[in-house]
Every structure is written in C-alpha cells, then in structure tokens.
Design a protein around this ligand. Structure first.
Ligand code: NAP
Length: 288
C-alpha cells in the first residue's frame, strides 16, 4: 500500500538510503531539507517532495498528511529541542508512527552527553500518542570511510573491543519496513548490528584482504585520539561524545550481533569485506 512518509535527514547517511528505497517502492516521500542544494535536487529528481525547513523550526507543513516519519539528527547540540519539536508537530498533524535514530550507547548514565540525550529523547517519544520505534545501532560501517585518513592506519583508542559494523543501507531496510508497517514495532527498541563482530585488528585484516593493500590497526590512547579529532575540526560536542563512547567501546557496550536486519529488513546485512568492496573507489582515491 502506498504511504505518505516523511524522511528527516534525507541528505545524510541513513536518511538518504531510506528516502531512495521508499521512492523505489512507490511511496510518496516527503523530505525535509535545510537548503535546495545538489543533494536536494537529486532527491527531487528521484521523485521526492522537497520541503525546505529546519527541524528546530516549524514542522507544520512538513508533517501535514504524513502517515509515518523517520527522524535522525546529527551529533550536534539541539537533539532534545529537535525531538520535542518533531514530537509536537507529529502529534498536531496526526502522524501515526515515528522511527527514531538513537544509538547503542544510549543510557541514562552514559558519560557521553549526546548518548544520554538520545536516551532521554527516546523516553520523550515514548510518552507521545504515536507509535515510536527506537533504533540503537552500533558503530556504522561508514565509520571506516569517514575516519579513513589515507595512511592505511586505523588509529583508534578501542583496545581489543569489538563491534559488528552495520552499513547505513542495511539500516534503511529496517527503517523502511517499520515505516511501511509500524504497528508490530510500536514501543520497541532495536539494537542494530552488522553480521560479524570483530575487533579492529580483524577489521584491518579484512580491509587488507579486500583492498589488496596493507591496513593496520594501531591502538592509541584517548589523548592522541582527541588530538586527531581536533585536527579534523570536529565540534566540542562530537569530541566529548567520541571520547566517552571510546571508553564504552573498550567496555563492550558496542559489541554483539543479531538477526534484525534480516528478520525486519528482509536482507542479509553487508559484512566488512562487502562494504569495503562497495567503497573501493573511495579508498583508491584517498590512499597515499
Ligand atoms: N555514525 C555512527 O557510527 C553512528 C552509530 C550509531 C548511531 N548513530 C546516530 O546516527 C545519527 C546520525 O544519522 P546519520 O549518520 O544518518 O545522519 P548524517 O549523515 O549525520 O546526516 C544528518 C542529516 O540531518 C540533517 N540535519 C542536520 N541538522 C538539521 C536541522 N537542524 N534541520 C533539519 N535537518 C538537519 C542533515 O542535513 P544537511 O545536509 O543540511 O546537513 C543530514 O541530512 C546520530 O543521531 C547518531 O547518534 C551514528
């Protein structure tokens, strides 16, 4: 059945894959974009309705006539305001369901400000009259692209901690399935993982095999990581978050795997080898 669906964050990683998948499936997809840039033009070309706006401002027009929406917000200050604003607009306009991007480290007592806010945002949405489903992914597979510096070294403070990297495209399968049929997922919290849990030595080995060039994991301490993040011009909010979740990572908070991508999304999730192979052009273009 064709549904009227809103994707917030459709120019980003999970929202982009979700909007494209829903359009392929013939839904009416509205996207909230902050500006009419090339990414918005591409979405429009694929058939999305474009509504210009900011998640912190009025969402009345964006939510009118919408059956269900996907909400994601980057690691930036303002998550609580954005969540309350989305919830109010959704309630005002009779939206029946929200899929909310949270994260694996979302806990009441998390040392990360962003992760703690994710936990409170989940609880806020749980008080609303619509069905809310929370996604708590582990580190995305995209981390291996976003943090690639071209040197062939993965310099992270993760010691021997483990996680099963999950691709944004696989998360989109889950998000789309819930938006299409929200009722069975109302009130659920879904930890999302890729298929194989690995430490970063094992991730580096798999990247080496797939790319045919040496990739090495170099475990580092938190202060060196902080310097790396500062050199990348990351915001203080993001740096505070990443330093806190690095400790979580060492302590096993991001570990685990399950079959939710398959059972809800209907697809076998990508493993590290398949993800890296799909992104080979990026690694070829960005390796010293
Ligand atoms: N990366 C990971 O490893 C990881 C792991 C677990 C959970 N998560 C969670 O994933 C979430 C981020 O999801 P993502 O990676 O799919 O997003 P993303 O790629 O960071 O994209 C963010 C999207 O939000 C839009 N946006 C930002 N501020 C906005 C505003 N004020 N109003 C309207 N739109 C706005 C951006 O639009 P513009 O194009 O205008 O910037 C973009 O489309 C975070 O909540 C994080 O906690 C990430």
């Amino acid at each position: 059945m064709q549904r009227n669906l809103l994707v917030i964050g459709a120019t980003g990683q999970t929202g982009g894959h979700t909007a494209r998948l829903l359009l392929e499936r013939g839904h009416h997809v509205r996207t909230l974009v902050r500006r009419r840039d090339d990414a918005a033009a591409l979405l429009a070309e694929l058939g999305a309705e474009i509504v210009e706006g900011d998640v912190q401002h009025s969402l009345d027009r964006a939510t009118q006539g919408i059956d269900a929406l996907y909400f994601t917000y980057p690691i930036l200050p303002g998550l609580m305001d954005a969540t309350a604003n989305v919830a109010q607009a959704a309630e005002d306009n009779g939206v029946k369901a929200i899929v909310n991007m949270s994260q694996k480290s979302a806990r009441r007592e998390s040392a990360s400000n962003a992760a703690r806010q994710h936990w409170v945002a989940e609880r806020l949405l749980d008080r609303s009259p619509f069905a809310a489903t929370h996604l708590r992914p582990t580190f995305f597979a995209e981390w291996l692209v976003n943090m690639w510096d071209g040197s062939g070294e993965l310099r992270f403070p993760f010691a021997d901690g483990r996680h099963a990297p999950i691709a944004a495209s696989d998360q989109a399968r889950v998000i789309a399935a819930i938006l299409e049929e929200p009722t069975p997922h109302a009130g659920k919290i879904y930890p999302l993982y890729g298929p194989v849990e690995l430490n970063h030595h094992e991730i580096a080995e798999r990247m080496t095999r797939t790319l045919g060039r040496q990739v090495t994991y170099v475990p580092i301490e938190l202060d060196e990581f902080e310097d790396i993040l500062k050199k990348r011009d990351m915001s203080p909010h993001m740096i505070q978050h990443l330093l806190a979740v690095a400790v979580d990572y060492r302590n096993g908070i991001f570990a685990g795997t399950n079959d939710l991508v398959k059972s809800i999304g209907g697809i076998e999730p990508l493993d590290v080898e398949s993800f890296v192979a799909r992104n080979r052009a990026f690694y070829d273009a960005h390796t010293a």
